[in-house]
Design a protein around this ligand. Structure first.
Ligand SMILES: [Zn+2]
Length: 477
């Protein structure tokens, strides 16, 4: 599939260190009052000196290694000079000529098959403070600033312009998130944990940069909006200017902020208050700590458990789901487990907007094995099993207790015959029955539905169907 769209991403991900990058302030700012996790260093007060957090360096190197990058032997911090209210020092401490690593690669599964997205560089830098607007950025009368976020360590991952569609950009970000969560250095559930700048151009036009997109869905929406905007300009013979645009999450549009600035405008120079860091010394130890990553796990699942590649992909994206699956599959049929975790459980989690990590508080692997065992033994139907899972996610409890209390046990064949007789003798179903007998086979679906309703889902639809067919053919004779 040919595409005239080129997208490159700069992803900024917060690293899960306990303290900030250059000061001892705690990083757990998400539920804290504004401007409570601050000190002279992250407030940029005169004379305050930074000291680098070794854990952040280690995490940054781990990310680089997991992305297949060449880690550089020594790194140097730079000052990037500009003024903005979220940056009290008037410069951001970041990296420039000597970043952590260059030249990596991430594989993604897109609509056009497996694609390789090249990583240009990986470096670490500090997060600025957080600006809060009342309403939208271009209409707010004032901004509020919270420096709790000032100095949080970020790893910045820059791709080559290898992405060809907004959807690919989203798939790439999900993959990146997955890899960093496997490493234990990132938590994508935290608000604002990943922020993205996107470069996007169409053949024949200049490149626009969209700044600070702060949600995974936002990236796809912002890029789709931008493609339409640029395409409309080109179609009308108008130039696409090189510029920086802001993404307005509320309205789902991008707004021109300023014409694009150039690197030299930032007057980068080495940070004189920090010494270079010998990264080479960390590499052998950190290389040994890299766990099995999603791609390898996926391959292993396919061969070890003989499951489909779709299931393997769905089961390995989230490390917690992968671990859950392996625990269940070691106790009971791996294929059945894959279907019930990848298709049913994941669907129920999405519906409730909860993560596997959160669900573990209510649903243990032992209980899940038990539910599947009851299903295999015919104690409950598929619908009954789904009900037990739902109830456990919503209210907790134990499978056997829920089956009893909610009367989910599969009905006996005598009860089943009774249900079928009741439905066939019901005046209200006369029309459907005669439709079926005069050749309208689809009327059977309605009758199956009536029996399912009568038994409150405690019968297997397949069995109901064949018993109904039997009963009706006898009636016909
Ligand atoms: Zn501080």
């Amino acid at each position: 599939m040919k595409s005239d769209v080129k997208i490159g991403l700069e992803c900024h991900a917060q690293l899960l260190t306990r303290s900030k990058l250059f000061c001892p302030c705690p990083t757990d700012y998400h539920n804290a009052d504004p401007n409570t996790h601050v000190c002279p260093i992250c407030l940029g007060l005169p004379g305050a000196l930074p000291a680098v957090n070794e854990q952040a360096i280690r995490y940054g190197i781990k990310v680089a290694l997991a992305l297949g990058c060449e880690v550089q032997p020594e790194i140097i911090f730079y000052r990037k000079n500009y003024y903005y209210p979220d940056l009290p020092r008037g410069f951001q401490i970041t990296q420039y000529d000597f970043p952590i690593a260059f030249n990596g690669m991430v594989r993604i599964e897109s609509d056009s098959g497996e694609r390789e997205i090249r990583i240009r560089r990986v470096h670490i830098e500090e997060d600025p403070g957080r600006l809060v607007y009342k309403g939208t950025i271009d209409t707010a009368k004032y901004s509020l600033v919270d420096y709790n976020r000032s100095g949080i360590p970020l790893v910045e991952i820059v791709t080559e312009p290898d992405l060809r569609s907004p959807k690919e950009a989203r798939i790439f970000l999900n993959k990146l998130r997955s890899i960093m969560e496997y490493l234990g250095v990132f938590n994508g559930d935290l608000e604002g944990a990943m922020r993205v700048d996107a470069n996007i151009s169409l053949a024949g036009g200049e490149r626009a940069e969209i700044k600070n997109i702060s949600s995974y869905k936002g990236v796809e929406r912002a890029l789709s909006f931008e493609i339409t905007r640029q395409r409309n300009l080109l179609r009308r013979g108008l130039p696409v200017k090189q510029e920086t645009r802001h993404y307005d999450e509320v309205r789902g549009i991008t707004i021109s902020m300023r014409t694009k600035e150039f690197e030299e405008d930032y007057r980068y120079f080495p940070e004189p208050d920090l010494v270079p860091v010998r990264t080479a010394e960390y590499v052998p130890e950190l290389e040994a700590e890299i766990p099995e990553l999603p791609d390898e796990k996926r391959k292993r699942f396919i061969t070890q458990y003989s499951i489909t590649s779709e299931h393997a992909t769905a089961l390995t994206y989230d490390k917690y789901i992968a671990d859950f699956y392996e625990a269940v599959a070691s106790e009971i049929d791996p294929k059945l487990s894959a279907t019930w975790i990848a298709d049913v459980l994941k669907g129920e989690l999405n519906y409730r907007s909860i993560t596997m990590r959160e669900a573990l508080e209510r649903l243990s692997t032992d209980d899940f094995v038990l539910i599947l065992r009851y299903l295999k033994q015919g104690v409950i139907t598929e619908r009954g099993a789904t009900e037990v899972i739902r109830e456990m996610l919503d209210r907790g409890g134990k499978p056997e207790e829920i089956i009893k209390r909610r009367k989910l046990a599969r009905i006996s064949s005598a009860e089943m015959q009774h249900a079928i007789d009741a439905v066939l003798n019901d005046e209200a179903n006369r029309g459907a029955i005669s439709d079926y007998l005069t050749g309208k086979r689809e009327a059977l679906n309605f009758l199956v539905g009536q029996v399912m309703k009568y038994t409150r889902g405690r019968a297997e639809p397949k069995t109901v169907r064949s018993m109904l067919e039997n009963a009706l053919s006898n009636a016909h004779k």
